[in-house]
Write a protein that binds this ligand. Structure first.
Ligand SMILES: [Zn+2]
Ligand SMILES: [Zn+2]
Length: 342
């Protein structure tokens, strides 16, 4: 089967074709697994982190991709949750142990044996993939395959961030950075918290315009102060400066939720401007978001179907995966990028 694979860690500044089209062996579903015939797979910022080694794959060659929509080709032994032809989605959580204290408390995202799709197991930049039936999701019929793909990561992790802000309806919510995840979360936030006002900090004017289209009450560059204090801010940028700026904009007792798998090093010294009195005093909190649980993915699909959320997508054929990756690397983001495969 055709797949775009990553053979080694590489630097995207020099190497603009990190993935290679390969003929890979057809995977066979094991006990309780399903074989998924992939229709589309979303392209995520995390792929850049995998390629450059900030969250390195645990095997090579690896097939990346963790926002997969397809149909069940057939069931492995003992799998019965889905029928052949059912439409399913696969997200970042490929598996977790199910036995540890975190798994038992529903915090399977924190499991020590958390395995990620497209990093620790082959993902969806491919014609077929296998996954445990318990880690696949029915896709609500309101979505096309393409529309559903970005909801499985950008949407689901965004949903988790929103959940971790702890805000109540009517409290102000801010966003720093306005890429694929934030543009979905703002719509989910409006559905869940109709009386909350949304503020968006983004350095790029296209992102700010897009945020205004999605009814942000105020937008401005990251350095600016918002006209009101915010109860929570979700940071989706890969840099450090917004941490300092965002905590300045928080209410007493407010919370900054960082939705980024890794931060890049170049501006790390900005953190030296973090002043205890201005940025942390008065019980302000900083919380990171790690991975997703199956519940986040299901809840995100359900909330998104109520709206119904229609992510703005740019579709590339599988063989142009490198082009999609490089556009993302160069921050040419408006909405989500999706690979069309089957
Ligand atoms: Zn992702
Ligand atoms: Zn566990």
């Amino acid at each position: 089967m055709k797949a775009m694979v990553l053979k080694k860690i590489t630097n995207l500044k020099e190497n603009h074709t990190p993935l290679e089209m390969m003929d890979m062996p057809h995977p066979e579903p094991k006990v309780k697994e399903i074989l998924v015939k992939v229709s589309v797979c979303g392209v995520c910022h995390t792929e850049l982190d995998e390629i450059e080694g900030r969250t390195p794959p645990t095997k090579f060659p690896i097939i990346p991709g963790h926002q997969v929509v397809g149909t069940v080709a057939y069931n492995g032994e003992g799998a019965s949750r889905f029928k052949t032809g059912d439409r399913v989605g696969v997200a970042w959580i490929f598996s977790a142990c199910g036995r540890c204290k975190f798994c038992k408390e529903g915090k399977e995202n924190l499991c020590e044996d958390f395995r990620a799709t497209g990093r620790d197991a082959n993902g969806g930049y491919s014609e077929y993939m296998t996954i445990s039936e318990d880690f696949a999701y029915p896709i609500p019929s309101v979505f096309s395959d393409t529309d559903a793909a970005p909801l499985l990561c950008a949407g689901a992790v965004g949903y988790r961030s929103l959940h971790l802000t702890n805000i109540k309806d009517g409290q102000n919510l801010g966003f720093t950075g306005f890429g694929a995840s934030a543009h979905l979360v703002i719509s989910m936030a409006r559905q869940k918290f109709p009386n909350s006002r949304m503020y968006v900090f983004a350095r790029n004017s296209n992102e700010r315009e897009f945020a205004e289209e999605l009814r942000a009450v105020w937008t401005g560059p990251g350095e600016e102060k918002a006209p009101e204090k915010l109860q929570a801010i979700i940071d989706t940028t890969p840099v450090w400066k917004p941490i300092v700026k965002a905590t300045e904009n928080l209410e007493p007792g407010g919370r900054l939720v960082i939705n980024a798998i890794r931060k890049l090093d170049p501006d790390k010294k900005e953190l030296l401007h973090l002043d205890y009195a201005d940025h942390l005093w008065m019980e302000k909190e900083i919380k990171s978001v790690a991975n997703v649980t199956r519940k986040d993915v299901s809840d995100c699909l359900e909330l998104s179907a109520q709206i119904p959320l229609k992510p703005e997508c740019q579709v590339f054929p599988l063989e142009k995966a490198n082009e999609a990756i490089m556009e993302m690397y160069n921050s040419k983001i408006r909405g989500a990028k999706v690979l069309k495969i089957g």
